[in-house]
Design a protein around this ligand. Sequence first.
Ligand code: G6P
Length: 521
Amino acid sequence: MSALSQTTAWKSFSHAVSASPTKPATLRILRAAELEVDLSTQRHSPALVIAARALLNQQGFEQARADLFEGAPINWTENRAAWHTALRAPTPPSRVAHAVQAEQAKLAGFVERVNAQNLYRNVVHLGIGGSDWGPRLAVESLAGHAGRRTIRFASNVDAHAITAALEGLDPSDTLIIISSKSFTTIESLANAACAIDWLRAGGVKQPLDHFVAVTANAQAAREFGIREEHIFEFWDWVGGRYSIWSSIGLPIALGLGMDTLNDLRAGAAQMDEHFLNATLEENAPVQMALSAVANCSVLGYASFALCPYDARLRHLVPWLQQLEMESLGKSTQRDGTTLDVASSPAVWGMPGTDSQHTFFQWLHQDGKGAPVDFILCAKPDHRHTRHHRLLIANCLAQRAALLEGKSFEQALAEVSLKEKNPQAAAALAKHRVHPGGRPSTLIVMPQLDPKQLGALLALYEHKVFTEGVLWGINPFDQWGVEFGKRLAGDIERRLDALGSDPAVSPYDPSTAHWVRKLASG
Ligand SMILES: O=P(O)(O)OC[C@H]1O[C@H](O)[C@H](O)[C@@H](O)[C@@H]1O
């Protein structure tokens, strides 16, 4: 594979992006499932449409998409599929239909039984990363949808997290879920040990009877002591950060009902249909990916901000951070070539309107700024119409301001109304100039319900997949995380050995110093 930047398709794409107008002449709103994705303020031009199509062709997009949905081993560094779409398809693909349906039935049966017997008023969910953000986001953002239990989450190995999660609950009425694909993740196992002690101290004779596990390593869950009928399996062909569609959705079903989990899956399946069938120009994930690549690799934006104008979606930010940054934070292409264009922007953000009072100044007037994904729900789930009007107004205003900017002349006219000294007015006006022309995407959901949330998550999943194809990288592995995990294990052993000899430490002098110092208290 020759360097991406040297290919004809990349050169045309890059040229077309740079030559496209910064302000839109027309509306460009794509409908994807029931979402509307407004890309009007992203770079666009007839030349860019042609160049983007050629780039997608060159990078083998259509074949890659077919491979994704057919369960081909597209996670090529681990030689396995990334078949999350199979978990939410109305009819799962035949190769895995039996396993998927059996597991879904087992989970539904469990939920029905505990509901019928009125068991467990409380559920504490232990998992981290992909085994946490999805269910946490769904449970917290859809809490208005018939919550029937208290569901708490503890992910961090900092024991303050598990302590707070267990605080005030009745152990005899509490179910603990360990969600861990590998069943080796130290945070989840350490928190599980804590929960066992807590149950025992609370008078529960058989603490492990209060546990269920959701994992791709059933053997390890058995060895941990969890009962067979309490082990829900998924498979190594489901990536951790794409696992909400599997039994990892159990806390959603327990907290908000089986229908909620099913509706989430149905919404995602609708987005799958769109991603598979819409033309490239009308395909929202594809067009969002092309805009992201244009912004990052051509226009030099090293990050983008996610600002859902819905306070319930605050966990969408870390969910997307993991999806985007764990999937795309790499730069080796399939043939081992180093990717030679800037890629994988950092993701950060906060719901509006809090974000306006936190970092929007930077978005408006920093020399470079960052593109923004705005998300709005047309219909709220409350009756405070003025609040909702204010929310919408603020979202649209920020977006318009980022696009329109304010010229020196406009600023001067504004300042001159009060400052009559022309020199002073000119000096002040310079501080009020906004460059404008800043790209953003606006996603409008009809309302926040399980179906729309499912569609939104799948929209981003497919966007990230398409970016991976465009940059020629594998979005389904995470060797960097594995490396960090391994070193943490080694350092913990050294800390435990109390004051290991820095002379034999394989670490740099600073790390060796702190291992020695912190080990010896
Ligand atoms: O589900 P687990 O095996 O416990 O893994 C939890 C998380 O561990 C690491 O952070 C991985 O990079 C994530 O992708 C994964 O979701």
